[in-house]
Design a protein around this ligand. Structure first.
Ligand code: ADP
Ligand code: TRP
Length: 385
């Protein structure tokens, strides 16, 4: 499977460098390569860190990239999921070998009702397909249809220090939100590492909240490889900084568990109502407003054209425009953006057998790879000899 694709990064950065990929790095590398430009001229536009990335992007090689990501069926997908992760998942399909799955084992850590697990799994599948998942090319499956991943989780658990998991912020956050801290929730990052490593993934497109889990995955892969031999690829996260944290209607990170979401496919009237309820400050209409501190403006940035955004920025700064006007325009833009996908989503709802068939086909393709990696890992640790 898979053609050759341009790899944007040297496989490993020296310690201390962020592993976040800057999509412009390949292009800038080319620029620098073609003309030997003095990089100090970039300082006006890019940070020192960016410039270093430009330099690293010299080291590009032609390799096949395997992209993998998962999404939990723990509720209806929202625009934070879309702009923070799903849109990147779909864009990457054109150039890379993509593996996306519905993380139903992970969702069990929240002890959902069994009927909800089933319903949300189908919902996530329909959302992805309606939004443009290429069901022929991309491997798309339900995590629990490839149980090999749970056996690998155990092998990885045995090289995972407790301290590594105790430091995970998402565990601490969930406990603070009132989740009962079961062992599954604590071990969640090890299952996630198994998801990534079993498919020997290069690149993991996610939102900023998942960065630490990918770091844990790298740590586990390096430990396992150094104990037992080079079995696993050490992956890199793919996080686009400008959309790494999409705010919810209350200004916190949009999340299913905060009840502050705008769902991708919720009825249009409800989208309007939720947008009109987005929290803003109480600056009077006539006074200037700071767009950088406004949740409505943060969402307008995702949808408005650069010209329109510049106009809104100007209107905010000069005063005389109320937040309600910006909210009305945001609702229009949001509804228009997702309109073309609604029809397809409605058709898919009438054809659940097709959705199940796509997932079954995907699981078969995923399982073939997972079984092979698991066999290598079992042998490496001395099982079944
Ligand atoms: P939720 O927090 O709603 O339960 P998930 O944990 O299922 O969302 O996240 C699925 C994907 O969407 C992950 O890659 C996550 O990083 C990304 N994501 C979720 N919420 C946001 C957000 N508000 N901004 C950016 N990315 C997000
Ligand atoms: N933890 C991820 C989330 O909540 C979902 C997930 C599970 C995942 N396994 C993964 C993401 C592997 C990327 C790669 O969003």
């Amino acid at each position: 499977m898979g053609a050759k694709y341009k790899k944007y990064l040297a496989p490993q950065f020296p310690a201390g460098f962020t592993n976040t990929i800057y999509p412009h790095a390949g292009f800038s590398g080319l620029l620098l390569c073609c003309k030997s430009v003095d990089i100090s001229c970039f300082n006006r536009y890019f940070s020192a860190n960016d410039c270093l990335f430009f330099l690293f992007s010299f080291w590009t090689t032609e390799v096949t990239l395997r992209v993998l990501s998962g999404i939990q069926p723990s509720g209806r997908l929202h625009i934070g999921n879309f702009f923070g992760a799903i849109r990147q998942h779909l864009q990457l399909q054109a150039e890379h070998d993509c593996f996306y799955f519905i993380a139903d084992y992970h969702a069990l850590t929240g002890n959902p009702k069994p009927a909800d697990v089933a319903r949300y799994t189908l919902d996530v599948a329909m959302d992805y397909i309606a939004l443009g998942l290429d069901t022929e090319k991309t491997v798309f499956w339900r995590q629990s249809d490839v149980p090999e991943v749970t056996e690998l989780t155990w092998l990885l658990s045995c090289v995972t220090p407790m301290g590594l998991l105790q430091r995970c912020v998402s565990f601490k956050d969930k406990v603070a939100q009132g989740f009962s801290p079961n062992h599954g929730l604590f071990a969640y990052p090890v299952l996630q590492a198994a998801d990534i490593l079993i498919y020997k993934s290069d690149l993991v497109p996610v939102g900023a909240d998942q960065k630490q889990h990918i770091e844990v995955t790298r740590d586990i892969a390096i430990r396992f490889n150094s104990n037992y031999g080079e079995i696993f690829t050490v992956p890199t996260e793919y996080i686009i900084e400008s959309v790494a944290v999409i705010p919810g209607t209350d200004g916190r990170k949009m999340s299913k568990s905060y009840g502050n979401t705008i769902e991708i496919f919720e009825p249009q009237e409800s989208v309007r109502k939720k947008i009109m309820r987005i929290v803003t400050d109480s600056t009077p209409i006539e006074e200037p407003k700071d767009p950088d501190k406004c949740n409505v403006f943060a969402l307008l940035k995702l949808l408005a054209s650069p010209q329109e955004l510049a106009e809104w920025e100007n209107r905010y700064r000069s005063g005389g425009t109320g937040y309600a006007q910006a909210k009305k325009r945001l609702a229009e833009l949001m509804i228009d953006y997702f309109k073309p996908f609604r029809q397809k989503r409605a058709e898919l709802e009438k054809n659940i057998d097709y959705i199940k068939e796509v997932l079954t086909k995907g699981a078969k393709r995923a399982k073939a790879i997972a079984a092979e990696t698991l066999a290598q890992a079992r042998k490496a640790v001395g099982l079944g000899a």
